[in-house]
Design a protein around this ligand. Structure first.
Ligand code: CTP
Length: 397
């Protein structure tokens, strides 16, 4: 992956505390992050926090580092500038091209794309001055993420809340992503299916959907036309990503949704953790202990193997990618399981990862080995789920 030099500008609004999470997400994705704060921002969040999280010196003063011409150096070196939060005042200054602080100089001295995440009270966002400034910035090519609608600092709520950190990062990285999947229709399944036992209980698994959602977001950023079939997702794709989301719960619902979507897709990526069995009968009302005694027997029936059916029925040229979640820790034994599985499934590629009580499912990071249909290793990746998505999508270019 390409390591980007990212300048994160933080201006003086209460949402500055959430900018820490923006910096963190960029660092976890492997980027080199340089934080530039305004005096106002430092009233809301401390330099030590930002230095620890960004792993770089945090700059605020225009008159420090003069010998290294810092007021332009940071901007010249940047591949991407993200300003989060962008207050009404900072947007007015950007629109006017003011350079009375380090952030203003950095932006003016840079040719990198600029992404801003406005945050302010609704009245300020809707004020004619702000509306005109935003329009001017957009016309100059500045990318505006949000603001979201929701609870503001006081009792009020409305448009003006800063977008969530992950949304800001995804939208910002999408600006720079190569559009090498433009026009490809890609279906991604994510999450874990649930099989009802009665109206209040189910059999499920611990998949959060993070890896599948990260693949969908990265594919959309690279220009693909993405349908995400989500089964009980704990995380959602950012509103800014152009992704069609179809929500399902059970394996049979997932099967029907993915079969429909696959009909006119070039690629299907089955990242969902699919239940292999479901209760033969679903009780119409809550199962009571009194009617069961000390043991409860559930008869389970096999669910269809969706991946295998997709692989068997695939059209000429359609690419089918499966996942294999295994608890095997030994690499050679894991590879053997993977090779047997891809042969059984008939998929074009299999993304192999280990899962366990604290690995894989529900975690932020992942480590995978990618096998082709012959069982040969064609890729390996580890890191954040977003950075693991890259090599998987590279299979399609
Ligand atoms: N899968 C599927 N339909 C199922 C079970 C799994 O489409 N009924 C898909 C998963 O989405 C994944 C791949 O098959 O892409 C492998 O899933 P996994 O649970 O690792 O394999 P199983 O076939 O269930 O084999 P086992 O549980 O016996 O290891």
């Amino acid at each position: 992956m390409t390591v980007l030099n990212v300048v994160v500008g933080i201006t003086g609004g209460i949402a500055a505390y959430k900018a820490v999470a923006v910096v963190r997400a960029l660092v976890l994705a492997g980027h080199d992050v340089h934080v530039v704060v305004t005096e106002g921002a430092l009233r809301f969040v401390g330099k030590p926090t930002l230095e620890a999280i960004s792993r770089n010196t945090v700059h605020s003063d225009l008159y420090e580092g003069v010998a290294e011409v810092r007021h332009v150096a940071l901007g010249q070196a940047a591949d991407l500038i993200i300003i989060a939060p962008a207050t009404a005042n900072s947007m007015a200054k950007l629109a006017a091209g003011l350079a009375d602080d380090l952030l203003g100089n950095t932006v003016l001295a840079s040719t990198a794309p600029v992404v801003i995440a406005p945050a302010m009270h609704t009245e300020m966002w809707q004020n004619a001055a702000t509306v005109a400034n935003v329009a001017l910035l957009r016309a100059r090519g500045v990318h505006v993420v949000g603001p979201a609608v929701g609870q503001l600092t006081g009792a009020d709520s409305g448009p003006g809340r800063m977008s969530e950190p992950d949304d800001i990062v995804a939208a910002a990285l999408a600006v720079l992503a190569p559009k090498d999947l433009l026009g490809q229709r890609i279906v991604v399944t994510a999450g874990g299916t649930r099989e009802a036992i009665d109206p209040v209980r189910f059999i499920g698994n611990r998949s959060s959907g993070r890896q599948g959602v990260a693949i969908a977001v990265a594919a959309a950023a690279r220009g693909a036309d993405v349908t995400l079939i989500g089964a009980n997702l704990e995380v959602r794709p950012p509103a800014s990503a152009a992704i069609r989301l179809v929500e399902v719960s059970s394996t049979l619902e997932l099967q029907s949704a993915v079969t429909d979507a696959a009909a006119d897709a070039e690629v299907v990526i089955m990242a969902a953790a699919v239940a292999d069995y479901r209760p033969e009968r679903v009780a119409g009302s809550k199962i009571k202990k009194e009617s069961q005694g000390d043991t409860l027997r559930l008869d389970l029936v096999r669910n269809p193997d969706i991946l295998r059916a997709l692989a068997v029925g695939r059209r000429e040229g359609q690419v089918i990618i499966g996942f294999a979640a295994e608890t095997e820790a030994d690499r050679e034994a894991l590879l053997e399981l993977g090779r047997a599985k891809i042969a059984r499934k008939g998929a074009d590629y299999l993304v192999l990862n280990t899962v366990g009580w604290s690995e894989g499912f529900g975690t932020e990071g992942n480590a995978v080995i990618i096998l082709d249909a012959a069982g040969d290793i064609v890729g390996e990746a580890s890191g954040s789920k977003a950075s693991v998505a890259g090599p998987i999508l590279d299979l399609l270019t």
